[in-house]
Each structure stands twice: as structure tokens, then as C-alpha cells.
Design a protein. Sequence first.
Length: 256
Amino acid sequence: MKTENLRWWAAGVFASLAILQAVKWGAMGLAVQGPLLLLLVIGLVVAGFRDTLPFRNHFLFVFAYGSVFLLMWAFGNPGVELAVGRTWVATVGGLVALAGVLIWNLKGRQDFKWLLAFIGATGFGLLIAFICGPNGGPDWMHNFFMRVWNLEPEEWEIAHKAVAMIRKSLHFLGYGLAALCTAVMAYRVRKNVWRSALFGIAWPLPIAIFDESQQQLSAVRTGQVWDVLLDLAGMVTFLAAFVIWNLRKEKYNYEE
């Protein structure tokens, strides 16, 4: 899609969804629609700029993604008075469609490895937005092991240890893969190993802090600094492999 057409298409989506929130004010809950309407209006204003605004399409994606992040966070947190209905579905659908078009536009001459890395990094953020509340608690996993292994109530510690091990492993692997996807995405644009590695930390680390801070606000979960450190350890491990691999590859290509 041409840049000028993309600008007007994005403006149309932001304006339509902003009008929808105004018409259906209160349909999803004021705690959600207030910040959402603000994001949509800012996105509309940004879409009004011509190419004189640097990275305009990048900003358009940020506001579209931020709106989806907000809606996924509200959907995964029962404490937020969110009414999931046609307004929510229409808003998410419109924003996802807009984000998809913007991603394809941002892809430009990049290959599908960049696209997959981009989807992996941003998709991980949306997943955390959904599970950072009570819905991401360990109870369902604990009950699953109790049933599958036919454990008696007094054997709950067996399931508890298994769940703890799996969840800590997922912390390490999940954030490590998110950092790797982010670094790969950045590297395929600028071909700078160290800058890409720093970018790989800069995206998932705030998400890890957000995740644990939200857990602190939940009555059924406990956010821990140790989990953030475990997330960071996963990021550093995967990024170290990324740096070593690409530095060796660059050295080999230079010698040839």
C-alpha cells in the first residue's frame, strides 16, 4: 500500500474506532474506554501528519499495538470491569487489521525472517498482557497435574513442585526467546550485533517488570523480583548465543 493511502486508511480506522467508543461509551467499562479513546485520538492526530513527521508509520503501529495491549490486559484481569461484547470484538478486530497492514508496510524489503521475529516479539507482549493477571496463575496447572497423576490431596506438594519447575523454566525460555526475536528483528535492519542485542533487552525487560508489578496487585498471585532476574537471565543467555553466532558469521564472511 502506498504511504499516502496508508496514512488515510489508518486515519479512517482510528477515527471509526474513536467514534465507536464515543457512541458506545460505557459498553466496555469506563476504566478501559477512557485510556483507549485517548490512544485512538492520538493515533488519529499522528495519521494526520504528512511525511514531515519522522517514523510516522512506526508511531501509528505503536498506538495501534498499545490499544490492543490495553484491551488484552483488561480481558485477562477480572478486576477490571470489562464487558466483552460486540464493541470489544469490533475494536480489537479493527486494530489488529490496522496493525497487520502497518507491519506489512514496515516490512518493506525485509525478508520473512524479520516478519516472523517481529510477530514473535510483539505477540509475546500481548500474551503477557493477558496472563499477567489472575488468569495466569498456577492453580489450573496444579489441578491438571493432580488429575493426570491421580494424586491424593495430601500429595499436593508433588504437583506444586512440578508446576514451580515448569513455570520457572517458561520464564527463562519465554523471555529468552522474546529477546532473541527482538534482536533478530533489529539485526536484519541495521546489521549491528551489539546494538541489536541491547534492543533485545530493551523490549522484553519492561514487559517482565510490568508482569511482576501486575501480579503484586493481584489477590491470588505474588510478583517477585527473583522472577524478573530469572527473565533477565534468559534474555542474557539467548542474546549471548545470538552475539557469538553473528560475530563468528561476520568474521567468517570477512575472511572470505
